[in-house]
Design a protein around this ligand. Structure first.
Ligand SMILES: [Zn+2]
Length: 321
C-alpha cells in the first residue's frame, strides 16, 4: 500500500523519477556546531531506504534514467567532501543494509587536511579563550572585526556560524588567509584526522562503493577563474583515479547551487574531462529529460518514518524543486 502510493510520485519506466539523497559528515552524537546526521539516524534512514526504495549505484541509475528504464521508487545515496567518519561510521551502516553509495571527495584534504569551514568550527570549539578580539583589518573582512564572547557553547556556535557565512564566498586565497589568521588568534592546533586518508578512500572503493570528484580544495567554482576551476577539477580527478586505480566518472559541484556556485562553462569542463554526470544541491528529482550534469539531490530531515516517506513523496512531485 505505502509502496503503491510512493510509486505514484516516484514512477518507473519512461516517466521515471530518481531521488538522489545527499549526506555530508556522519557523527557519533549530535554535533551542535554542524547540521550533521548521526550514525543512528543514518542507520534508521537506511532501513527505510532498504524497505521502501530501490537503491541503485549512481552509475547504473544514471544509465537507466537516460533509457527511461528505472524501476519505481529509485534512489541513490551520496556523501560529499570526504570526511573520515564516512569510512568509520557510514560505511558499516551501508554494509549492514547492503546499500550502494557514491562518495564525492575533495582530494586536496586527504591525509591530514581540513576544510576551511571545519577549521573555523574547530577554532571556536577548541580555543581556551573565553573571548576573542578581532581587530586586524588587513587580515579580516570588515564585518568580522569586533569582540566575541565565547563563554558558552551557544555563543561559540553562533560566532562560528557568523564566520562561516562571512568567508564562504571570499576568493580562495583570501579565505585561506582569514581562516589561518583566526586559527592563529584562537591559539588552537587543528586536528589532522577529520578527513579521509588515501587508504580509506581505497577501502571504501574496494568495499564496493563508488568514488566521485568534488574538486581538489572545494572552491566555489564561480569565485575562481575558469582556468583555475579546470585545474581544480582535473587535479582532483587524476589524484582520485590514482588512488583507486579506476576512472572517476561522476562529480558533485562544491556548494552546488546552479547558476550561483557553478555555470555552464564548468559543466563544459566536466564534459571535456570525461565526466559522465554531475550532481547539484538543488532540491528535486531527476527525470529522463533532466540535464545529466545537473542532477538534483534531496535529503528528508524528518524523524518519523511517515514524515520521511511523505517528504520523499512530495519531493517526487517536484514540490521542493
Ligand atoms: Zn562539498
Amino acid at each position: 500500500m505505502i509502496k503503491t502510493l510512493l510509486g505514484l510520485s516516484l514512477k518507473g519506466g519512461d516517466k521515471c523519477r530518481l531521488s538522489i539523497i545527499d549526506y555530508h559528515r556522519i557523527t557519533p552524537e549530535k554535533d551542535q556546531y554542524v547540521d550533521s546526521v548521526t550514525q543512528a539516524e543514518l542507520d534508521w534512514q537506511c532501513s527505510i531506504l532498504k524497505e521502501f526504495f530501490n537503491v541503485l549505484p549512481l552509475e547504473q541509475a544514471v544509465d537507466l534514467l537516460q533509457k527511461g528504464q528505472l524501476p519505481t521508487r529509485s534512489a541513490v545515496i551520496t556523501f560529499d567532501d570526504g570526511y573520515a567518519n564516512n569510512c568509520a561510521l557510514a560505511l558499516p551502516v551501508l554494509e549492514k543494509w547492503d546499500l550502494p553509495a557514491t562518495f564525492f571527495i575533495a582530494s586536496g584534504f586527504l591525509d591530514g587536511g581540513i576544510m576551511w569551514n571545519d577549521a573555523i568550527i574547530e577554532a571556536f570549539r577548541r580555543t581556551d579563550y573565553e573571548s576573542l578580539e578581532i581587530s586586524a583589518p588587513d587580515s579580516f573582512p570588515e564585518d568580522l572585526i569586533g569582540f566575541y564572547d565565547l563563554s558558552t557553547q551557544k555563543k561559540r556556535v553562533e560566532t562560528a556560524n557568523k564566520f562561516r557565512l562571512a568567508v564562504k564566498y571570499l576568493d580562495l586565497s583570501r579565505r585561506e588567509d582569514v581562516v589561518a589568521a583566526l586559527v592563529e588568534i584562537a591559539g588552537v592546533k587543528l586536528p589532522k584526522d577529520i578527513m579521509l586518508t588515501s587508504e580509506q578512500v581505497k577501502e571504501i572503493y574496494v568495499s564496493g562503493m563508488a568514488i566521485g570528484g568534488h574538486t581538489q580544495s572545494h572552491p566555489i567554482l564561480t569565485t575562481i577563474s575558469v582556468e583555475k576551476a579546470k585545474q581544480q577539477i582535473m587535479d582532483d580527478k587524476e589524484k582520485l583515479q590514482q588512488i583507486i586505480g579506476a576512472d572517476i566518472n561522476h562529480f558533485a559541484y562544491p556548494n552546488g547551487i546552479p547558476r550561483k556556485d557553478f555555470l555552464p562553462v564548468h559543466t563544459d569542463i566536466l564534459q571535456e574531462l570525461g565526466y559522465k554526470a554531475a550532481v547539484t544541491t538543488k532540491s528535486g528529482v531527476s527525470s529522463p529529460q533532466t540535464d545529466l550534469y545537473q542532477l538534483p539531490r534531496f535529503s528528508p530531515w524528518d524523524k518519523t518514518t511517515f514524515r520521511y516517506l511523505y517528504r520523499m513523496f512530495m519531493n517526487g512531485l517536484g514540490v521542493y524543486g
